[in-house]
Every structure is written in structure tokens, then in C-alpha cells.
Design a protein around this ligand. Structure first.
Ligand SMILES: *Cc1c(COP(=O)(O)O)cnc(C)c1O
Length: 427
């Protein structure tokens, strides 16, 4: 028997019974000694998941309305993902982009056939996707419009990632503190404010054109579950059409069905020139993508690359997730469960008018918004909900975010609402 056959046989038992494989006491102090303290972590170690539920290392069950922050499209341990992961790892998991990768081509075709884009580039994360989009827009400005010092306009309270260029694009000073010098070539405007945007472009382009692109989220996720205004985006699209400025949409959090549309831009009734994906695209395996119209595809061999980007493993799994989203009618579920969640949250907000101003969001990205003078903070509610067996994540100091797997059932939505209500009542 060959070594690989023996190894595979010895692993069979493990793969078949994930429950039996884990559950040892967790040592948080040892973890903290070895891992950099970049995250403020909750005192909770997760060991196992199934559907929309996860279990901690003590075996306690939680309803997961975080989903790896809007990432686990099909929830945990979905048969489609287990099969895709198993099949692809057995077939071929990684080769270089020195060669054609059939799974990458198939995924690109799936995405471009269902969007306004014609071309795709694959990378490993949201920040990397936005980084690619920024480079593409800069090269377009240099080569197509003769702009020497291109400026990209982004929004206050936006979030585009943690690399130097994307943290600079992010319109939140708290993420930039201590990392100066930041990357030049960014300008910030308030979100959904047309007059300030027009004035900024007029100033920046007064002598010679400088504005290369406008980079916006269709709905600001981290910035507080703040949906884009349809009329604003329609006018931004018009400005871009009139001037040659590129419209880049960061769909990292809302793309892949979360809004009740496959792409967030459909909720706004416009189409971007470039858009980026990551979180939900692979259902939890690390993948990012830059998508663009053929007319913006100015990249040539050598311009941009990623060792892992678009490898057979991630593309094979992401493709299976994409097919499942279609086959299982996931977007219809997002609309139905999103409406139920919205109704339940609105009712809870109405029962505690001193604490909550209301709700906002689309599909299965919803925010419960605290009053400016509320006694509670988003973190208080998230902690109390955790005690009741419900995982939630804040979106800024005063918004509690609900981003469950897109396959969440109506029973699970109702259970989440009752656990939330119990948590609020206990505060
Ligand atoms: C999460 C997020 C990013 C960053 O993605 P990473 O995979 O963490 O790099 C960028 N943009 C938006 C809108 C996001 O929500």
C-alpha cells in the first residue's frame, strides 16, 4: 500500500465523524501568548458548526448570525461544500497561474455571465480585491486619460480593507492611526451626498482632470449597515458617464446574494465599471475577485498577480457555492427571511423606543440602530445575545448587525429574534 493510500485510509474515520474529533479544553492564555493581539476577541472558542449553528469548545450551541462576517453563504458543513472540497483536493489543489486553470475560467464565466462585467481577476481577500481595483483604475487613468496623479474619491465611514492602500481608501481615521505615511491619491466625501461629491470633483478637476474613480459600497457594511440611496447612485453613474471617471463598487460584503439580489448594485438600479467580491463568494474559503467591463481591462501580463489567486481548490469550491446559490434558490430565501428578520427587528425596536431608533438594511444584511442617547451600546447587546446563545456583530458603536448564512430557515430567524429579545430584556 502506498503512503498516500495509507494516510487517506487513516483519515477516513476523521472525515466521517467531525464531532468525535474535537472537544478538548481550550487554553485562551496560551493562545494569547502565541497570537498577535490584533483582534479584541470575545471569550468564546468555536469548535464545530452545522448549518446556522456553531458549538463552542464546551459543547454549548449558538445560532450564528455572524456567519464569519457575512461570509458563510451556505452556513457550516454544507454537503455541497464538503463534496466540493473533498473532490477538488483529490483532483488538484494548487498550481501556478503560469498555466491555464480550468476551474478559474469556469468561475470567471459564471460571474461574468451573470453580471455587468466581462472580465475577472482572482485573489484571496476583500482588501486584495480592492487593491487590484485601485491599481486597475490608476492604470486606466494613466493610459486611457493621460492623468499623471490620479485621485480616487471614497466615502466617509466606508470600509475597504487593511492593506496600506485600502486602509487609506477607508474613510475612517481610527483604522489609519499610526500607519502614516498613507498612500497618496485619495479624497473623501460624505456618503449619499451628491452636492459635496460634485463640488469635490469640480475642485479636483479644475485645472486638469485628476479624478480617476469613485469607489463606494452599495451599502456600507462595517460603517453601520447604511444602504446607498438609489437617486444618489443614479446621479453618480451619470457623472461617471459624462466625465470618464470610473465607478468602482466594493461588493465584498454585499455581493453574492446577501441583499436579495445577486449583486448589490441591482438594488441601486445601476451598473459599475469595476466591482469587487470576496466574503460570500467562496462560502468561507479565502477568495477575492476584481470584475470589470472589457473597456476597463487595461491589465497586461506582468501588471498584477497573486500566487494563490484563483487556484483550482478555491475556484472549484467557489464554483460549487455559486451553483448551489442558483440551484437552491438561495436569493428567494434571502428575500423571504430578510423580510421576516426586518419585521421582527422593527417590532423589537418599537418595544424599546428609548434604546432603538429603528432598523435598516436589505435582504439578509440588517442593522438594529441604537438611539444616539441610548444607555446601551452595540457591544452590550452583542455580549448579552451571546449569553442567550445568539452570535451577532456590531457595525460601529451604535448598530447591531445581522448577517446570517443565506440558507437560514424561518424557524431559525424566529429563534434568533426570541433570543435577542431575551437578551435585551435581561439588560
Ligand atoms: C470585509 C470587507 C473588506 C475587506 O475584506 P478582507 O477579506 O477582510 O480583506 C473590504 N470591503 C468591504 C466592504 C468589506 O466588508
Amino acid at each position: 500500500m502506498s503512503l498516500t493510500t495509507r494516510l487517506r485510509d487513516s483519515l477516513k474515520g476523521l472525515v466521517a465523524q467531525p464531532q468525535a474529533a474535537i472537544a478538548s479544553p481550550f487554553d485562551a492564555a496560551a493562545f494569547d501568548r502565541a497570537v498577535m493581539k490584533t483582534y479584541g476577541r470575545f471569550p468564546l472558542a468555536l469548535a464545530r458548526g452545522e448549518g446556522c449553528r456553531v458549538w463552542d469548545t464546551d459543547g454549548r450551541e449558538y445560532l450564528d448570525f455572524v456567519a464569519g462576517i457575512a461570509t458563510c453563504t451556505l452556513g457550516h458543513g454544507h454537503p455541497v461544500m464538503i463534496e466540493a472540497v473533498t473532490q477538488q483536493i483529490q483532483k488538484l489543489h494548487h498550481v501556478s497561474n503560469l498555466y491555464y486553470i480550468p476551474e478559474q475560467g469556469e468561475l470567471a464565466q459564471w460571474l461574468t455571465q451573470r453580471s455587468c462585467a466581462d472580465k475577472a481577476f482572482f485573489c484571496n481577500s476583500g482588501a486584495e480585491a480592492n487593491e487590484g481595483a485601485i491599481k486597475l483604475a490608476r492604470k486606466y487613468a494613466h493610459t486611457q486619460r493621460g492623468i499623471e496623479n490620479p485621485v480616487i474619491i471614497t466615502a466617509n465611514a466606508s470600509f475597504h480593507g487593511r492593506t496600506l492602500a485600502t486602509v487609506t481608501a477607508t474613510g475612517q481615521p481610527k483604522y489609519q492611526k499610526h500607519f502614516s505615511p498613507l498612500v497618496p491619491g485619495f479624497h473623501y466625501v460624505p456618503y449619499n451626498d451628491l452636492e459635496v461629491l460634485k463640488a469635490a470633483i469640480a475642485t479636483l478637476d479644475a485645472e486638469t482632470p485628476q479624478v480617476a474613480a469613485i469607489l463606494l459600497e452599495p451599502l456600507q457594511g462595517e460603517g453601520g449597515v447604511n444602504p446607498g440611496d438609489r437617486d444618489y447612485f443614479r446621479q453618480v453613474r451619470q457623472i461617471c458617464d459624462d466625465t470618464g471617471i470610473l465607478l468602482i463598487l466594493d461588493e465584498v460584503q454585499v455581493g453574492m446574494g446577501r441583499t436579495g439580489h445577486l449583486w448589490g448594485y441591482e438594488a441601486l438600479g445601476i451598473e459599475p465599471d469595476i466591482f469587487t467580491l470576496a466574503k460570500g463568494l467562496g462560502g468561507g474559503i479565502p477568495i477575492g475577485a476584481v470584475l470589470c467591463r472589457a473597456s476597463c481591462d487595461v491589465f497586461e501580463p506582468g501588471d498584477h498577480a497573486s500566487t494563490f489567486g484563483g487556484n483550482p481548490f478555491v475556484c472549484g469550491v467557489a464554483l460549487a457555492v455559486c451553483h448551489a446559490v442558483e440551484r437552491l434558490n438561495v436569493i428567494a430565501n434571502v428575500r423571504q427571511q430578510g423580510d421576516a428578520l426586518e419585521q421582527g427587528l422593527t417590532a423589537i425596536a418599537a418595544r424599546y423606543p428609548q434604546q432603538f431608533a429603528g432598523t435598516r438594511g436589505w435582504g439578509l444584511i440588517r442593522g438594529l440602530v441604537l438611539q444616539p442617547d441610548a444607555a446601551l451600546t452595540a457591544i452590550d447587546i452583542v455580549k448579552a445575545a451571546m449569553t442567550e446563545g445568539l452570535l451577532l456583530v456590531p457595525a460601529g458603536p451604535s448598530v447591531v448587525r445581522f448577517v446570517p448564512p443565506l440558507v437560514v430557515s424561518s424557524d431559525e430567524v424566529q429563534l434568533a429574534l426570541s433570543r435577542l429579545e431575551a437578551a435585551i430584556a435581561a439588560l
